[in-house]
Design a protein around this ligand. Structure first.
Ligand SMILES: [Zn+2]
Length: 761
């Protein structure tokens, strides 16, 4: 096979398999319906739902099993909005939940006879959103997965001719028919067209309204017909009971199909024979041709003549049916998007007139084309800027037909960061210390949130208790909730108070947020400026540079809530302080265990005695030398003898009255399983962690050693310092995702900005 052949055959295979296929006769269509009712019977609302279900990954719930969950999931919308698009749209968690909910409502058949207006401020990316959404819908509707069927009549000339012969033997009729045909055959143009349609035998008449072939069964017989079609199974139950299938029983076909059916029935005298001339073909969506999808821009003029016909087809219908123009092949632009999508990009200019025009169509589902009524059941979508809201009030009767869906600026910081990564490349992260890039996003988002939140105030009350983690307006906490994270630093009481009702209340507040503050375009611009001025080879952008960057720009800092940057920095400082402590804390669990067990045994004896501890096997000399070091950790750092003695006596009492007599002897526990042991252990570890910063705070060499880490001078430091530095850096890299450079810089940041002092009690 040569290359051309193989290229063609491969193209044929691939393209063919992506395609919904060609026309099939009504019988074959019914077989498909029975085989897969959900795909065979669906209107545009159901197709929309199926597309969202097909392209959006099932949401992830980070707290699976949480009884208070409100199904606020992390939906991955990248296949819908990012992959294969010219410019991607990033739906944050709040918006993707809204969209998935909308699709779900479509499937349940509620909320039809409405216009869905996506309202969002300048620079929120709403036109990209609609473009990408409609491109994917077009793709989906034209694929095997998303195909829907529309009625196509194939009038069989021979059958119709023979019937007219039998019919009352009207010779004249026959003669005129012959004459008609003769006339037709004279016309070359028509000949060519007939050839393209597959010969003389048929005339194909597509339903201009793209009606489902099932609607051709007259409404009064349709219920029984569908009933007979299915076994009494789940699918049938669904079709007959669920609201999403109401249209199947309630809708009428367009007047063209309706009159065609009537004329054929009169001629053929058998409904079955009429249906033999009915085919089903895939409904092809084509936005550029306005079939299935039409998108109007504010500048698109309204056509004066919104009545379309096809005179050639009309002539042929007339000649074939010879029934004095009963079938009028006449329709409007709306027919082209019946059972499809009719969209307005922005409610401005000519689109305001279009909105007026839509008023009746949306509420009644019908309008007049000359003297004919045309059904219109489309998915009506529109975009709007919040400031154009007043335009809607100009059409008061439309108000209760409007479903507003907010499409605000991104409020979920993970999505915001994803936008930077997508715009500037993943490598941007290498220029920031961990968390700093996300903190940039937090600053941007802080300008988009409402400063006062009733929901948050009712939940937390006084925000002072969380001042190490959060700003006084609790915006930082709210951002965590929006991103789907319940912070670990919440106390147990507040964690419990975060019930489903409260969650709904907090998420609900997002409906009125994200319409002011830095726009999507602003944030890209600001990021570019930060990145180009601060990112340097061999140096990472830290929190100080980030905060200074915003503070030094008057215009920007005016938009950021008062004190927010300071709180953010404090939260950051607190977090890295914990990380550094954790990294320095050398947890020799074995040693700790031994010391506590020996202590618990030793306190039962007089000073000067020599005993062997049964828990460790160590031989102990009872006395201050044994007690002082451990009591400095457990009781008081100063080593005050009075306090230590009090503590020792109390511990001893507890040991004999509870630990030994009850837990060890009666319950048969091990010493490390007792309450007293657990308490001492906790105090001991706490103390060690507190002390853990001593090398950093008390040894000037330590700072220089960090600076020289991995340099030639590093080996000149004494062994203990070198070991501590290596230990710190290694742990920061291993446990907190720092690079070696990042670990060094964060440690220096901590020392140079004297952060431990800010948090010392
Ligand atoms: Zn029709």
């Amino acid at each position: 096979m040569n290359n051309i052949d193989s290229a063609l055959s491969r193209f044929d295979r691939q393209h063919g398999s992506q395609d919904g296929g060609g026309p099939i006769d009504f019988d074959a269509y019914l077989r498909r319906v029975v085989q897969d009712p959900e795909k065979g019977i669906r209107n545009v609302f159901q197709v929309f739902h199926d597309m969202v279900e097909h392209l959006v990954e099932p949401g992830v719930d980070e707290y699976a099993g949480d009884p208070e969950s409100i199904n606020y999931f992390d939906h991955d919308t990248s296949r819908l909005f990012v992959e294969g698009t010219d410019s991607p749209f990033f739906a944050d968690r709040l918006f993707s939940n809204r969209l998935v909910q909308l699709a779900e409502n479509f499937r349940h058949g509620s909320l039809q006879n409405k216009i869905y207006i996506f309202s969002g401020p300048h620079g929120c990316g709403k036109s990209t959103f609609l473009d990408n959404l409609l491109a994917k819908l077009e793709q989906f509707a034209n694929s095997v997965e998303g195909v829907t069927y529309e009625a196509l009549w194939r009038l069989d000339r021979k059958v119709l001719a023979s019937f007219s012969e039998q019919e009352s033997g009207k010779f004249l009729n026959r003669l005129s028919g012959l004459l008609d045909e003769y006339e037709f055959k004279q016309t070359d143009l028509i000949k060519t067209q007939q050839l393209m349609e597959g010969g003389d035998d048929y005339i194909e008449i597509p339903c201009p309204s793209h009606d489902s072939p099932l609607l051709m069964i007259p409404k009064e017989y349709r219920r029984a017909f569908i009933d007979d079609l299915f076994k009494n199974d789940q699918a049938k139950w669904k079709i007959f009971t669920e609201k999403q299938y109401d249209w199947l029983f309630n809708q009428s076909p367009c007047t063209i199909c309706n009159t065609l059916y009537q004329s054929l029935l009169e001629r053929l005298r058998s409904p079955a024979a009429v249906l033999k001339m009915l085919c089903a073909r895939p409904y092809r969506f084509n936005r550029r041709l306005g079939e299935g999808i039409s998108v109007y821009n504010p500048g698109d003029r309204i056509l004066k003549q919104n009545v379309l016909d096809n005179s050639m087809l009309q002539n042929r219908i007339n000649s074939l049916l010879r029934d004095s123009n009963r079938v009028h092949y006449l329709f409007s632009n709306f027919a082209k998007t019946n059972n499809g999508v009719y969209a307005l990009m922005d409610i401005k200019g000519h689109n305001v007139e279009r909105l007026h025009e839509l008023h009746n169509i949306i509420s009644e589902g019908v309008h007049k084309v000359e003297y004919i009524e045309e059904n219109v059941n489309s998915l009506f979508l529109a975009l709007m800027n919040p400031e154009d809201r007043a335009r809607l009030d100009e059409v008061p009767s439309l108000i209760d037909r409007i479903e507003l869906i907010n499409i605000p600026y991104v409020l979920d910081l993970r999505t915001e960061v994803e936008i930077y990564r997508n715009t500037f490349g993943r490598h941007i992260e290498d220029s920031f210390l961990p968390r700093v890039l996300h903190n940039f996003a937090r600053i941007i988002i802080s300008t988009r949130l409402a400063k006062d939140s009733v929901a948050m105030q009712e939940w937390i009350g006084d925000s002072e208790k969380y001042s190490s983690y959060c700003d006084s307006n609790l915006l930082l906490l709210k951002m965590e909730i929006y991103t789907g994270n319940i912070p670990e630093w919440l106390n147990e009481e507040d964690r419990k108070k975060l019930n489903a009702k409260r969650r709904r209340q907090i998420i609900g507040e997002s409906e009125s947020e994200g319409i002011a503050g830095f726009s999507g375009r602003d944030s890209i611009k600001i990021f570019r400026e930060l990145y180009s001025s601060q990112a340097r080879e061999g140096r990472l952008i830290d929190m100080k540079s980030l905060c200074d960057f915003f503070k030094n720009h008057e215009g920007w800092s005016a938009m950021i809530p008062d004190g927010f940057i300071d709180s953010l920095r404090r939260m950051y400082n607190y977090t890295i302080l914990q990380e550094v402590k954790e990294a320095l804390y050398y947890c020799n669990e074995e040693q700790i265990e031994k010391e506590i067990k020996n202590y618990l045994f030793a306190i039962n004896f007089e000073s000067g005695s020599r005993v062997t501890c049964p828990y460790t096997g160590d031989s102990l000399v009872i006395g201050e030398d044994l007690f002082v070091p451990i009591e400095r950790c457990l009781v008081t750092r100063s080593g005050d003898p009075e306090k230590r003695l009090l503590f020792r006596k109390a511990t001893q009492k507890k040991y004999t009255s509870q630990t030994l007599t009850q837990e060890l002897l009666v319950d048969g526990r091990e010493i490390e399983e007792t309450k007293l042991y657990a308490r001492l252990h906790e105090r001991y570890v706490y103390y060690l962690k507190e002390k853990v910063l001593d090398p950093i705070l008390k040894n000037e060499n330590f700072r220089r050693a960090i600076k020289d880490f991995e340099g030639d001078n590093f080996r000149t430091y004494d062994k203990k310092v070198r070991e501590d530095v290596i230990f710190l850096i290694t742990n920061l890299c291993e446990h907190f995702q720092y690079t070696r450079q990042g670990a060094r810089e964060v440690a220096l940041y901590l020392i140079d900005n004297k952060i431990p002092e800010d948090f010392s009690a």
